[in-house]
Design a protein around this ligand. Sequence first.
Ligand code: 9MR
Length: 366
Amino acid sequence: MKTKVLSAFSIGVVLFSSFTFQITNDNPKALKDAFKKDFLIGTALNNSQIDEKDATVNDLIKKQFNAATPENIMKSALIHPKWDTYDFTMADKLVEYGKKNNIKINGHTLIWHSQLPNFIRGIKSSDSIRTFFTDHIKTVAGRYKGKVFSWDVVNEALNEDGTLRNSVFLKHLGEGYLADAFKLAQEASPNTELYYNDYNNEQPAKRAGCIKLIKKIQESGARIDGVGIQGHWHVGKIPLKDIEESILEYSALGLKVMFTELDIEVLPRNFQGADVSQRMANSPEMNPYANGLPENVQKQLADDYEALFKLFLKHKDKVTRVTFWGVNDGDSWLNNWPVRGRTSYPLLFDRNNQPKPAYFKVVGLK
Ligand code: 9MR
């Protein structure tokens, strides 16, 4: 009898210790804690997340991230829908959410050629574009003065060859609009960090254009604090050398470097970057992992994330934030771009909010 009790006890101990071991193994430090001394860890938030609709997602956000960027709600089409009408409802909620949960908010974005309000199309005079530009920055940056940590003041002003994009702002205001945007943002919100943000600006030609653009802003006397490299990359093709050179070259200009919209696409595509106007037709070959991600791709994704974070850690004195473009695979924009309705797997958390092998590799670096 005694022996029986003892063995039941020892089985219990063995079970208990393997259980505890599993907990520690499956439950490593949260991202924001693991990289606490290195850089902020951010995510993009959509309306349902700001509204705290799903308790599991909400817990995940609060546990893992200490920075957030609104995925859409601060873009001019949404926050400034009519000439004299602003809608701050969701942006105000986001700011509250950040305050409540100790999450630093990066405003995204003041001046961007895309997701502009409809009324812009009807404007033909440069004076009116100037008025829109000035009022928009003053009003939006002014409202969140002291409430957001930083702003993407200008987003995606460059072409792939490094020349300036022929946006409505360049056409009507000339290239001085870049420095003007930073000056206006600085006046409206003096203690907020001000950034230029783009995709593919780690690529040599676009990077050279980006450096030229930054120097012009600096020479104008305007303040620019950092540059965001969005980081929409493709599995197995992370341009590590270009990224490292970019970190060094941008920080040599006295700027902080951020990875602002990180995700790694695993689905086929015949071009790079994140120009939302580019689209491709759907077909079964274009959506190969509708029923799950093969082991080898999952491993490559994990290895890519590990290599990236190793590089970020190597330059942690220059990199101040790494933000993922979405919380989990299910809500990534890559399920709908450049092909609608695909099943993509670009982030560290899966559709059930569970950490993926890539998460363990990244956190395992610490
Ligand atoms: O993720 C955003 C998606 O929900 C929007 O439909 C899209 C529309 O332009 O914008 C996406 O976010 C973009 C970001 O604001 C700027 N860089 C590229 C991002 C992905 O397109």
